[in-house]
Design a binder for this molecule. Structure first.
Ligand code: ADP
Length: 479
């Protein structure tokens, strides 16, 4: 019998209406545990509990909030190896990547522990003599937090920590595929002494628990990260009832490699950005836009590097790329590789499923060359270890191709030209720009987010997180 993990609703651990098994994508015979799935009534109870807890929590001492968040951060950091192992076991990213993600979650909690003490307002002169004007920030109320499977602890952390920091109550619904890290994080928050109702864990289906959160008028704001299709569907419902909304969705991020690039830097950026974490990152570089003169050398060097990478069980030391998260995602990757080839691209490396000692969803990293930006494989997010090389004649064409996308999360350029780097930073239509760095991999204390179809609403992370998680009040006083 595998262990049973419950939801946390209104201060109590509650069994689910049903349960679901959490399976290791590196070893399909490994069941991590049975996790509760709430029904709509349980989601309603969690929302009611959050609502009831809000008046007291919104007026709680900022020192208490700072202490709590800092303690959560310290516990996460102290348990990084064990939590990293759980994360890699359930999601499939390599153990160093899993531990790295856990460290980031710990740092995020500690950062917002500090921020709780630094929330300041403004006092300015009125245009009317004798009148005082104060601008302050207040908590929003109840925040619904809906997260995806690809960062099972960091994304929940970067939404939950600022929500609690600024005095909001939380109803947290993690992704169905990765309840383990979400449960472990929740237990840490609960054991740190969060008052009943302030934080609720409601594992369950998006169509049941997620939908209940989106449609409930008692939920003041929704922070969502996930697919474009779900994000758009959520937006239509949430905006209809005027909920505050923050969406982080897909990307089709370009990495431009100019002819003057350092080849080793270009290959490192491409391997890391396109294939690490099995390419399952919204900031992954899925479009490699490469100058004609460096193109052949780049493709040769990149293919050689891909050949040296070890694709295997995420927990085995030395694994460079873990498995794809599940069967559906693996099929989607294979479908897109086929679509790219039928559209005229060449599969220059990889793209085949692999057998390993344990049965898992293993896929050799795939490199499509001879791609154009018009192909579906260049326009739609694949969300796997699949990248397309698009050859361009010069910088101007590279910039135009980089910007010719429905998305705008992250964009990178590899160049030794200060002129082109500066121009790209200004002209790229993405939210985050990387010069001689991979498109994926960001700091936790600065804003994260994109433009166009990638994001909606205020930025996440760093001090900018307060734009979403607080509401501004302007008060006039005639003393
Ligand atoms: P991904 O599969 O990449 O994680 P999804 O958009 O399918 O992307 O899922 C992201 C999150 O949204 C998950 O927690 C999922 O359960 C949730 N979700 C899916 N469908 C809905 C829905 N109709 N309403 C609310 N949440 C949903």
């Amino acid at each position: 019998m595998s262990e049973m993990y419950r939801n946390f609703i209104g201060g109590d651990w509650i069994a689910g209406a049903e349960t679901a098994r959490n399976i290791n994508p590196s070893d399909l015979s490994d069941v991590i545990g049975e996790y509760a799935r709430a029904d709509k009534a349980q989601a309603d109870t969690a929302i009611a509990a959050a609502r009831a807890a809000f008046p007291a929590w919104s007026m709680s001492s900022v020192q208490d909030r700072a202490n709590l968040l800092d303690a959560v951060g310290n516990t996460i950091l102290a348990r990084k190896d064990e939590l990293g192992r759980l994360l890699s076991r359930e999601e499939g990213k390599t153990l160093p990547e899993g531990i790295g993600e856990v460290v980031r979650a710990g740092q995020i909690f500690k950062f917002f522990g500090g921020e709780a003490l630094r929330l300041a307002g403004e006092k300015i002169q009125s245009i009317r003599p004798g009148v005082e004007v104060e601008i302050t920030r207040e908590p929003l109320g109840v925040v619904g937090i809906i997260t995806p499977w690809n960062f099972p602890i960091a994304i929940p952390a970067w939404k939950i920590a600022p929500a609690l920091c600024y005095g909001n109550c939380v109803v947290f619904k993690p992704a169905e595929l990765v309840p383990g890290s979400a449960w472990a994080l929740s237990e840490i928050i609960i054991k740190a002494g969060i008052p009943a109702g302030v934080f609720n864990l409601v594992m369950g289906r998006g169509s049941v628990v997620g939908d209940a959160i989106i449609n409930d008028r008692r939920v003041d704001a929704i922070s969502f990260t996930g697919s474009v299709a779900t994000g758009r569907a959520i937006a239509a419902k949430a905006i209809a009832r005027m909920a505050k909304l923050q969406l982080e969705m897909g990307g089709k991020n370009p990495l431009v490699v100019l002819d003057d690039a350092d080849l080793a830097v270009a290959v490192n950026c491409a391997v890391n950005g396109a294939f690490f974490s099995t390419g399952q990152r919204c900031t992954a570089s899925s479009r490699l836009i490469v100058g004609a003169n460096i193109h052949d050398r780049f493709v040769a060097a990149l293919s050689e590097r891909l050949g040296s990478l070890k694709v295997d069980d995420a927990l085995i030391p030395g694994t460079d790329i873990g498995p794809v998260v599940d069967e559906t995602q693996l099929k989607q990757n294979l479908d897109y590789i086929g679509i790219g080839q039928r559209e005229g691209a060449t599969l220059a490396y990889g793209g085949e499923t692999l057998k390993r000692a344990k049965q898992g969803h293993y896929l050799a990293p795939a490199l499509l060359t001879g791609a154009t930006n018009a192909m579906r494989s260049s326009r739609e997010e694949i969300f796997g270890p699949v990248a397309s090389v698009i050859k361009v004649k010069d910088y101007d064409e590279a910039l135009a191709v980089a910007n010719d996308t429905d998305f705008g999360l992250s964009a990178g350029i590899v160049t030794t030209s200060l002129k082109h780097a500066s121009h790209f930073k200004r002209q790229s239509q993405a939210g985050m720009i990387m010069v001689n760095l991979p498109t994926a991999g960001v700091d936790y204390h600065v804003p994260f987010g994109g433009r166009k179809g990638s994001s909606y609403g205020p930025r996440e992370q760093g001090r900018y997180a307060r734009e979403f998680f607080t509401v501004v009040k302007t008060a006039y006083t005639l003393p």
